[in-house]
Design a binder for this molecule. Structure first.
Ligand code: ASP
Ligand code: MG
Length: 436
């Protein structure tokens, strides 16, 4: 069985949903993971914000707009009166539930329950559509098998056991439809895998059922070798190794959620990124195979903060780095890049929520300087192993760009440089011109 995941734009309208149905009906048994229709989760966040502020008028305003949109989509999606009515019932039920929080602001409202409605609606609508078309399909509620533990990490044993049990009980369907993104937490409450988490759902499912392949269907023909918003003439990269894909997803290539690579890698399940608008294009195939001796792609990660920590005491001292890392750890803030010298260390973070406290704590041991508005440019490929010439090409391309930090050799698939945000476009263009 294959797992096919479609994002918000791919199911963004009745027309788009019909197109998805064509793609999943390929004569094989498929498990289809859907996001909410595009824009929906954002609207649900907006509704929740109003509810936090106990502004029911504000919430109801957004709710009605969303409900009208869905009523129109339902009308366009189904052709028979019977199914139009079933579709209307489905959305009426979901929207009445959302409204119940707005109309009685004394009920304890749970944001996560509101955020879950988008995927519940899209999968319900899609499954009904397949049934109207006479397809033998079934809806598998993600809340019955997708679970995170106390550390908000997927409970893979629970997922494997429960999902396989559900599939065993429901053999012989052509299409299994399920929700991306949503899950339960260790307390059994409705929760989610964070924004953009439907890719993660697909990958966790693929690992749990040992799928033949995980397909991530989006609206671009694969991962590109540079950011098409800044560089002209970028091309899809046909083959990436799991490690390269993980680096790229993490360092900015927006089309795959970074968490999604690991479950596939651990179980060696190929991940294919495909384009709903151009279904026959090869896209990108992520697998255990490593293409040797080439630069695969360049990506940029914005909103990086660099922190320089200088201390005379670092000279010949052991335990200094441990102290530094402990401070970041105590604020649950991951470090991305790190470079060291005899008198100091520079690190970058992309989550600056606790920046002030971190800096205050660091100042107990060292002099601290902070540079905001930095960008990590990440060059991914296979080079350190056979590295003649790549470093010189990279730095030759960047000769006009002031470089704040360099990270080389951390893995054999990644060279990262930290630069000012204002130099990003030029750096991306120069690297593309030199390396491809
Ligand atoms: N609907 C969720 C979001 O917009 C999850 C997803 O689309 O992957 O973040
Ligand atoms: Mg997405």
């Amino acid at each position: 069985m294959k797992v096919l995941k479609f994002g918000g734009t791919s199911v963004g309208s009745a027309e788009r949903m019909k197109n998805v149905a064509k793609l999943v009906l390929n004569g094989e048994q498929n498990l289809v993971v859907l996001s909410a229709m595009s824009g929906t989760t954002n609207s649900l966040v907006e509704i929740s914000n109003y509810l936090y502020k106990k502004n029911s008028d504000g919430a109801n305003d957004v709710i009605s707009k969303l409900e009208i949109k869905y009523a129109n989509e339902v009308n366009d999606l189904y052709s028979s009166d019977e199914y139009k009515q079933k579709g209307m019932e489905l959305i009426r039920e979901r929207f009445n539930y959302i409204k119940s929080f707005a109309n009685n602001i004394f009920t304890v409202f749970e944001e996560k329950i509101i955020l879950a409605q988008g995927e519940l609606i899209s999968t319900g609508m899609f499954n009904l559509y397949l049934q109207e078309q006479g397809v033998k399909s079934i809806l598998l509620p993600a809340l019955d098998y997708m679970r995170i533990d106390k550390n908000n990490e997927p409970d893979t044993a629970f997922i494997r056991e429960n999902l396989n049990a559900i599939l065993d009980k429901n053999k012989g369907y052509e299409i299994y439809v399920t929700q991306g993104y949503i899950c339960r937490n260790a307390f059994g409450e409705v929760d989610n895998l964070q924004r953009g988490g439907s890719d993660y759902t697909a990958s966790l499912i693929g690992a749990a059922i040992l799928a033949d392949e995980i397909q991530i269907w989006t609206d671009i023909d694969g991962m590109h070798n540079n950011d098409p918003r800044f560089v002209e003439g970028t091309k899809p990269v046909h083959d990436l190794s799991f490690d390269e894909a993980a680096e790229l997803a993490y360092f900015g290539a927006k089309i795959l959620h970074p968490t999604c690579v690991l479950p596939a890698k651990v179980n060696n399940i190929p991940v294919r990124i495909l384009n709903t608008m151009e279904p026959t294009a090869y896209g990108t195939l992520i697998s255990g195979k490593q293409c040797s001796n080439r630069v695969a792609a360049i990506a940029a990660k914005d909103n990086i903060t660099a922190i320089k920590i200088k201390s005379g005491r670092m000279l010949l001292a052991y335990g200094f780095l441990r102290k530094v890392f402990e401070i970041f750890e105590s604020y649950k803030t991951p470090i991305d890049m790190i470079t060291t010298s005899e008198v100091g260390v520079s690190v970058t973070i992309d989550n600056s929520r606790h920046l002030y406290d971190i800096v205050e704590d660091l100042k107990k041991y060292a002099t601290v300087e902070v540079d905001e508005n930095q960008v990590i440019i990440c060059i991914v490929g296979d080079f350190v192993a056979s590295s003649k010439g790549y470093a010189s090409q990279i730095f030759d391309a960047l000769k006009e760009v002031p470089i704040r930090m360099i990270s080389y050799g951390g893995s054999s698939h990644n060279v990262s440089v930290l630069i000012n945000a204002e130099d990003k476009a030029n750096a991306l263009k120069a690297l593309s011109a030199k390396l491809f």
